[in-house]
Design a protein around this ligand. Structure first.
Ligand code: PMP
Length: 352
């Protein structure tokens, strides 16, 4: 049976969190002399002399409307990377606890574990980039606190089988984090719709991908109110700046525009894939539910260098497990995709 009380670190459970000026006074007033701000203003046309809302309620109300998840089930971080780090700090005891990741996957789960002195147990995905459940079952110990599942997975691009994730959610007594950074590009359903069914589920999403706001740094974690409560307790008081909150509020009104971009990127992804498969240098293009393609070349390093010579940077993943001779290529604009394809074609011509 999952029991959050046995998962949360004792020092975090007993922590008396920092109480900011904005936390302590919530009523109406005209004169604010409580937070040592500069009452004279800012050297900008628009003033930012006041601290922002520590719990970002207005932004959460809009996210709640867009995602159909109540505000107290939402945490906002400085990118999802902040949520990843906070999950370790709240739920994993340094030097004692362990987490499980499924390589090849997003690198920050392990880096953040190392920063927090948490052991990472790695269970390779299968050859078709799915979960190896028998090996997972063997690896789980009483000290295993978090299982990280990236779906759609980076760098392979595919979504993980839903039944496999459900199997883990139903049987694992620690936290199951489903990182859905790329879910908007997928035909698969998000797990945020089943938050109420799984007290051990944390879903990560971000404005960095489909929403086109990587520069803003706004990541979201969706989970039970108790889990969200712990993340809020540990986060820095003002982790989302006022300009970011304002810009997010404006952007979140533009669901239609974002859906148009998603449709365009998904259709380009399939076109680029079809074109790539016609090229002699390309051995395989893996199925993608994301805004990138994992592509196996005859000689990935040589192709990488060739593309660099042509001013195109892709991600060389050829040293990563199960990604031999693979480059990860983000879908660009129509014109960028055309230049990319021409450049790959010119490599084959140069060889002849
Ligand atoms: N999760 C995955 C799977 C990612 O690929 C990335 C970024 N590449 C992130 C999380 C981090 O997102 P953010 O920009 O919100 O920190």
């Amino acid at each position: 049976m999952f029991d959050l009380n046995t998962i949360v670190r004792r020092n975090i459970r007993d922590l008396k969190p920092y109480s900011s000026a904005r936390d302590e006074f919530k009523g109406e007033a005209n004169i604010f002399l409580d937070a040592n701000e500069n009452s004279l203003g800012s050297p900008l046309v628009k003033w930012y002399n006041r601290y922002p809302d520590p719990l970002q309620l207005k932004v959460k109300e809009k996210i709640s409307f867009v995602k159909q998840v109540p505000t107290d089930h939402i945490f906002l971080g400085n990118g999802s990377d902040e949520a990843i780090d906070l999950l370790y700090r709240c739920f994993c005891e340094p030097g004692i606890d362990e987490v499980i990741v499924f390589p090849p996957t997003y690198g920050m789960y392990e880096v953040s574990a190392n920063i927090n002195n948490i052991k990472t147990v790695k269970i390779s995905l299968t050859k078709d980039f799915q979960l190896d459940l028998p090996s997972l079952e063997e690896a789980i110990k009483p000290s295993t606190k978090i299982i990280w599942i990236c779906s759609p997975n980076n760098p392979s691009g595919n979504a993980i089988e839903r039944e496999d994730i459900e199997m883990i959610l139903n049987n694992f007594d620690g936290l199951v984090v489903v990182d859905e950074a790329y879910v908007n590009f997928s035909k698969h359903q998000s797990f945020i719709n089943v938050l109420n069914e799984y007290p051990n589920l944390v879903v990560l999403q971000t404005l960095s991908k489909a929403w086109g706001l990587a520069g803003l740094r706004l990541g979201m974690a969706f989970a039970s109110t108790e889990i969200i409560g712990y993340l809020n307790k540990v986060k820095p008081p003002y982790n989302i700046s006022e300009p970011v909150q304002e810009l997010a509020l404006t952007a979140l009104d533009e669901v239609g525009q974002v859906n148009d971009m998603i449709r365009e990127l998904v259709s380009s992804r399939e076109l680029v894939k079809t074109e790539l498969l016609l090229l002699s240098e390309v051995l395989e293009v893996y199925p993608s539910d994301a805004n990138f393609l994992l592509v196996k070349f005859k000689d990935a390093k040589a192709m990488y260098e060739h593309l660099i010579m042509n001013g195109i940077v892709v991600r060389d993943r050829s040293n990563v497990i199960l990604c031999d001779e693979c480059l990860r290529i983000t879908i660009g604009t129509e014109q960028e995709n055309a230049v990319l394809l021409d450049s790959i074609k010119s490599y084959s011509i140069n060889l002849k």
